[in-house]
Design a protein around this ligand. Sequence first.
Ligand code: C5P
Length: 218
Amino acid sequence: MSFPVITIDGPTASGKGTVAHKVADLLGFHYLDSGALYRLTALAVLRREIALSDEHAIAKQAEHLVCSFKGSEVFLAHENVSLAIRAEEVGVMASKIAALPTVRQALFALQLSFRRTPGLVADGRDMGTVIFPHANLKVFLTASVEARSQRRYKQLIEKGIPANIDDLRKDLAARDERDTQRSIAPLKPAADAHLLDTSDMSVEDAVQQVMRWWAACR
Ligand code: C5P
């Protein structure tokens, strides 16, 4: 049986996670934070000090990822790593290993398994292009580099994680470059995605826009 899927893709700190979460709550749907799967793999790789050149060992980490989600909490095996995976160092490593085809392949089936009754909201980079190409609704969120680095800075500070705005701006631009330029599943809107620039938009307005699109395609 096939359950409805809404995909929300976009660059880092575009607000897609917050918007996707709220839309999932409003609809009573499951939520897939696909970036968390890359971050969990990156955390395992960093902890085991696996070299970026050892693609085979990195893919093994992705393949044997034991993770679970409870609300907004993320667990690696039984350890709550919700904060640890949000560290900038982990995000940077996530975007590096995400360019490895074997890692993407290893996480493919895991992502599909999130599609359950009554429906799914999936956020990431390639949800609408690769993982759920037949999604009922596809949204691509964007925002300027400035707006996104300010948001990321605020998020980190609120969580008590030290941050520097200039470093964040540089990391973010480098991550955009890696995500859009990689040969496999690059960050780009699906041909049939609705584009939404959230630079000057509140989270609530963005959520309402997605809900209007959802109502229109029912
Ligand atoms: O969304 P988030 O910033 O948590 O994702 C971390 C990294 O994982 C991204 O920079 C991106 O390189 C990678 N990613 C991906 N495909 C996805 C989700 C995340 O390549 N569907």
